[in-house]
Ligand binder design. Structure first.
Ligand code: KMH
Ligand code: ZN
Length: 308
């Protein structure tokens, strides 16, 4: 089996500050969490930005630039910028920062879907900011729009024009077929790095059978032309990542996907989750990829070709 790439998704746009005091929101916090995650073994750092005062997801390039140069200066990690942003943001807003900073990698969500976060509000009694509750409650009517036209636009603008390669976020089996459609249109190049996403309400559930099925269909559609990684939301994070590691896949952890380190115990840092999955995958006999090895495996353009 090839070396295993650990991606750490540091803050995301799903969880809100009231859910954990440890969720990084300021530029300094996001930079510190990212550098520590890289030191713990993450080769790729997947990033969203937040408004430093309110913790609300932000699309402003200045909020990204509050952490990108620091991470770049203090680690070798591959920086992957989300083009999903927040499901509330229109595509142009989600692309504002990636257009300017031209990262080596960016995420690309492979279908339009429901993205229901409202069950997360049930556990919170003390709200830190007044945007949080309506943000979660209104997700019962939220459409995360990623049409074929949107996908083609991101592939052209970020891939063709700016040399980025993609973390293809596939939240269901249908998204694999959409990716295959773009292979057929010759708009994506191998090797594909496909992130199987489990446990988002609106996507496929975090059942082991679903991982087997996603892998089987990906094998059928892409043959030897893809690497797969697994992220699972909440308490499913470590079990499904472990399963991926045994199947020859890569893994993603981080507070974007899960706030906990153990049952009922909040993670104090992203690095804790990286260290935990690293220990597991090494016990399973896999070797963790360095950032240089991840760049080689995924044919990335190199940190020197970014604009931060
Ligand atoms: N939040 C994850 C479920 C993105 O940033 O484009 C998927 C994700 C999407 O990371
Ligand atoms: Zn993300």
């Amino acid at each position: 089996m090839s070396k295993i790439i650990i991606t750490c998704a540091v803050t995301g746009s799903i969880h809100t500050p009231s859910m954990s005091d440890h969720l990084p929101v300021t530029g300094e916090e996001i930079a510190t969490h990212s550098i520590e995650a890289a030191e713990a073994g993450a080769a790729i750092i997947h990033l969203h930005a937040r408004d430093p005062k309110s913790g609300r997801p932000s699309s402003l390039a200045e909020d990204f630039m509050a952490f990108l140069p620091t991470i770049n200066a203090k680690s070798e990690a591959v920086i992957n910028i989300s083009t999903g942003g927040s499901a509330l943001m229109p595509l142009e807003e989600r692309l504002a920062a990636p257009f300017i900073v031209e990262p080596e990698m960016c995420s690309l969500n492979m279908g339009t879907m429901n993205f229901a976060l409202y069950p997360l509000a049930e556990r919170i009694t003390d709200w830190k900011h007044n945007w949080e509750k309506p943000f979660l409650d209104n997700s019962d009517d939220l459409v995360f729009k990623n049409t074929p036209r949107d996908i083609a636009y991101v592939l052209d603008q970020m891939g063709q024009q700016r040399g980025a390669r993609f973390e293809f976020e596939c939240y269901d089996v249908g998204h694999l077929y959409m990716l295959r459609h773009f292979v057929d249109r010759r708009l994506v190049q191998k090797p594909l790095f496909i992130q199987f996403v489990f446990g988002v309400l609106g996507g496929i559930g975090a059942d082991p059978e679903n991982l087997i099925h996603m892998k089987r269909i990906a094998d059928k559609l892409f043959g030897d032309d893809f690497e797969f990684s697994v992220l699972a939301a909440g308490r499913h994070q470590i079990p499904l990542a472990t399963m991926a590691a045994t199947m020859g896949g890569h893994v993603r952890v981080g507070l974007e996907d899960n706030l906990y380190i153990d049952r009922g115990q909040l993670a104090k840092s992203n690095a804790e989750q990286v260290a935990k999955i690293r220990k597991i995958v090494e016990e399973l006999g896999r070797t963790v990829a360095t950032p240089a090895e991840a760049r080689e495996m995924l044919s990335l353009k190199g940190a020197e070709n970014t604009k931060f």
